[in-house]
Design a protein around this ligand. Structure first.
Ligand SMILES: Cc1ncc(C[n+]2csc(CCOP(=O)(O)OP(=O)(O)O)c2C)c(N)n1
Length: 329
């Protein structure tokens, strides 16, 4: 499979704006949590933007994604409006689920977002089920499962990969290896650190990529999505990435050093792409800082919208909670 490579001219600026938008959105999460505006925990993916964006650039609205607890970036990259997404995180009526889902249960049916998910590994089975539905319906859609290195040790991955392989399901398994499962270092949790070997053991074409490099993620995701659309079954992408902030708001981060974080920040996906565009004369420093200010204003508008949105009314407590008898699926 040789899907079209990332073109700086064609895709560079769009990818940069998208990553910067997610960064700005996620940067605000700990601040909103500190203000007491977020009930329960929230897990920002600052630093990991290239994975969600590089994958989503190949997806259509009708394609499905199943995400995890760190799922705002996946949701936004799939095209979800930031205001409604922020409203959901703040538990407000204008959120995608009327404010009843929150950070870890954001579902956007019209965009195939089958939910962020607080159960580590659960999205893997959900995406594989969506891929089975796609195959049975013959609708040509693709499903993506996003999960972390910690989730890769859940049994569901083995089951899902095997079924996806024998049934040639159009699913792309995307492991965001950010090197920690909460406080547990990846290297302490597995003896075989090359996760692609797991995919290969199930007959799933598997590729390791630098998840801080949008060009590499885009290329690998292009091959995987093309394979799925062509009826050639699942793929596994292992993206090496890093979260700059704590596991969740309030994390004291005693399990890693400030030097380690600084070292990984030096390979920042946004700075790297901006520098590449500037080196090619496709972006000026002035334009980039103006665009960053615009993005900040756009995300501020999303935050203002969410803050203004009311809490759901008590009488709607059971609305959308149970399927209505006879309702169309
Ligand atoms: C089944 C299950 N076990 C444990 C937890 C508690 N938990 C929440 S996030 C997390 C770490 C997940 O790590 P990883 O999959 O690598 O994702 P990351 O947080 O690094 O993005 C754990 C253990 C959970 N939510 N669900």
């Amino acid at each position: 499979m040789s899907a079209a490579p990332f073109s700086l001219t064609e895709h560079g600026r769009d990818a940069l704006w998208r990553m910067a938008g997610i960064r700005e959105f996620e940067r605000r999460m700990p601040l909103l949590a500190d203000e007491g505006l977020i009930r329960g925990s929230t897990h920002p993916s600052v630093g990991m933007e290239a994975v969600a964006v590089g994958v989503s650039m190949h997806l259509r609205d009708e394609d499905a994604i199943a995400s995890n607890h760190r799922g705002h970036a996946h949701t936004l990259a799939k095209g979800a409006d930031p205001g409604r997404t922020m409203a959901e995180i703040l538990g407000r009526a204008d959120g995608w689920c009327g404010g009843k889902g929150g950070s870890m249960h954001i579902g956007v049916k019209s965009l195939g977002v089958l939910g962020t998910n607080g159960i580590v590994g659960a999205g893997i089975g959900i995406a594989t089920g969506a891929a089975l539905a796609s195959k049975q319906l013959g609708d040509g859609t693709v499903a993506v499962a996003y999960f972390g290195d910690g989730a890769s040790n859940q049994g569901v991955l083995a089951e899902a990969m095997n079924l996806a392989a024998i049934w040639a399901l159009p699913v792309v398994f995307v492991c965001e290896n950010n090197h920690y499962a909460q406080s547990a270092a990846f290297e302490d949790m597995v003896a075989q650190t090359d996760l692609t070997r797991r995919g290969e053991a199930y007959g799933v074409p598997s590729e390791a990529v630098d998840g801080m490099d949008i060009e590499a993620v885009y290329a690998a995701a292009g091959r995987a999505v093309e394979r799925a659309r062509a009826g050639q079954g699942p793929s596994f992408i292992v993206a090496d990435t890093y979260r700059y902030l704590g596991h969740m708001a309030g994390d004291t981060e005693i399990y890693r050093s400030a030097e380690e974080v600084a070292k990984r920040r030096a390979g920042d996906p946004i700075d790297t792409l901006a520098a590449r565009l500037m080196a090619e004369g496709l972006l000026s420093a002035e334009e980039w800082s103006a665009r960053q200010r615009e993005i900040e204003a756009e995300v501020q508008a999303a935050e203002d919208f969410a803050r203004r949105s009311p809490f759901p009314e008590e009488r709607t407590a059971f609305t959308d909670v149970y399927a209505e008898e006879g309702a169309a699926r």
